[in-house]
Design a binder for this molecule. Structure first.
Ligand code: GSH
Length: 215
């Protein structure tokens, strides 16, 4: 079989999980390069040629080279659409999806969970601060409440189909569970329902092989 056109770099983090899950949902043929953060693999001259930011995830599709998990997932979804994943068609649905993705990425990922990571797990680099970790946990809980309230009346975040915003929220719920962030009950139910998707489990095994016996 010929080499797949799409290559996805990255493993082991909620950010690297997202493109893998999206690719699995869409049924794309791709090559996975499971390089991890802070292993030296993002600092090699070859990788820096691809991504000056020295970060994962990263995707190459022919001439297209992309970093940023949200940009990558949206690109893959739009380039290789599948009935498995919502592809908003009208301006309103596009705007609502954008709103939820920005909120989840900005408030849950970057402002809360990653700050907890920086001053918890990565405190040898960024400095230890229990105060910051606790304040970020409280901030995350406040914003998970908002999402939980919306999901009391619906199955998916946008429209009536699994989509990009759900994929991002799911990755943040996994992350929150690992960090003992308190979540509303209905978010646990939402998570359990979506986690039944076969593509989610395939991507989990690829991204967190150590949790699944290395297969
Ligand atoms: N905003 C980026 C964040 C990417 C990012 O920070 N990746 C981390 C792992 S979660 C990384 O590659 N760190 C490597 C390093 O800092 O050496 C995204 O969503 O893709």
């Amino acid at each position: 079989m010929d080499t797949p056109r799409v290559t996805i770099w990255g493993t082991g983090t909620p950010r690297s999980f997202r493109p893998l899950w999206m690719a699995e949902e869409l049924g794309i043929r791709y090559q996975h390069k499971p390089i991890g953060p802070r292993t030296g693999e993002t600092q090699t001259p070859e990788y820096q040629q691809l991504n000056r930011k020295q970060k994962i995830p990263f995707v190459q599709d022919g001439d297209v080279k992309l970093s940023e998990s949200l940009a990558i997932c949206r690109y893959l979804r739009d380039k290789y659409p599948s009935e498995q994943v919502l592809k908003p068609q009208d301006l309103f649905t596009k705007a609502k999806e954008d709103e939820w993705c920005c909120y989840i990425y900005g408030e849950l990922d970057e402002t809360s969970l990653y700050v907890m990571r920086r001053h918890g797990d990565l405190s040898m680099i960024y400095g230890e601060s229990e105060t910051t970790v606790n304040a970020s946990r409280a901030y995350a809980e406040k914003h998970f409440e908002v999402v939980g309230q919306l999901l009391e009346a619906r199955t998916y975040l946008v429209s009536d189909q699994f989509g990009l915003a759900d994929l991002f929220l799911m990755s943040c719920i996994d992350w929150a569970n690992a960090y003992q962030v308190g979540l509303p009950d209905n978010l646990h139910n939402y998570h359990a329902h979506i986690a039944e998707r076969p593509a989610y489990m395939r991507a989990m095994k690829l991204n967190y092989p150590d949790l699944f016996g290395g297969d």
